[in-house]
Design a binder for this molecule. Structure first.
Ligand code: C2G
Length: 143
């Protein structure tokens, strides 16, 4: 019975996916990851590589991909961390990882609705307003 329950658990688990840079990890990110995980049983975080951040988002990360991956893997809500290397991979990621729900902060509201066509629920969660990496860097510079 144990074997059967494990299989059934795997197949009936609700699988969530989210994307981001998560550089200078802060409690706004944790709030997002916590609420994303609460929507299901398994959370895949697709982490922007250093190259993707620089080439596509003009973000110069303070921590490398490996350092940011290690930080995310230490978070109780996160079950798997994989690399984000391009904007297009979402359409295939959701099938490859058998995703039920795609989650992003509402600064992206509407931008990924096309994923509904892949049979995926799309959820935009409110951002934590008062914190951002830019804010942290500004505050530290003004100390
Ligand atoms: N976030 C949040 N509250 C904040 C800051 C960030 O809820 N104060 C959320 C964002 O809305 C996002 C996630 O945390 O859902 C990760 O934020 P970033 O690392 O800034 O992600 P971003 O650079 O927007 O990358 O393909 C999608 C991109 O990779 C998203």
């Amino acid at each position: 019975m144990f074997y059967y329950s494990k299989i059934s658990e795997v197949y009936f688990m609700k699988r969530i996916i989210t994307y981001g840079t998560f550089d200078l990890l802060h409690y706004g990110h944790i709030n997002l990851l916590q609420r994303a995980k609460a929507l299901g049983d398994y959370l895949v975080v697709v982490l922007s590589t250093d190259e993707f951040n620089w080439n596509e988002k003009q973000k110069k990360c303070y921590f490398t991909y490996d350092q940011r991956k290690k930080l995310l893997e230490a978070i109780r809500y996160v079950d798997l961390v994989i690399p984000e290397t391009n904007w297009e991979q979402k359409k295939t990621d959701v099938h490859e990882y058998h995703i039920d729900t795609f989650v992003m902060g509402d600064d992206w509201k509407g931008k990924f609705d096309y994923l509904k066509d892949e049979g995926v629920e799309v959820v935009y969660l409110s951002r934590t307003p008062e914190i951002s990496t830019t804010q942290i860097k500004t505050d530290l510079n003004n100390k």
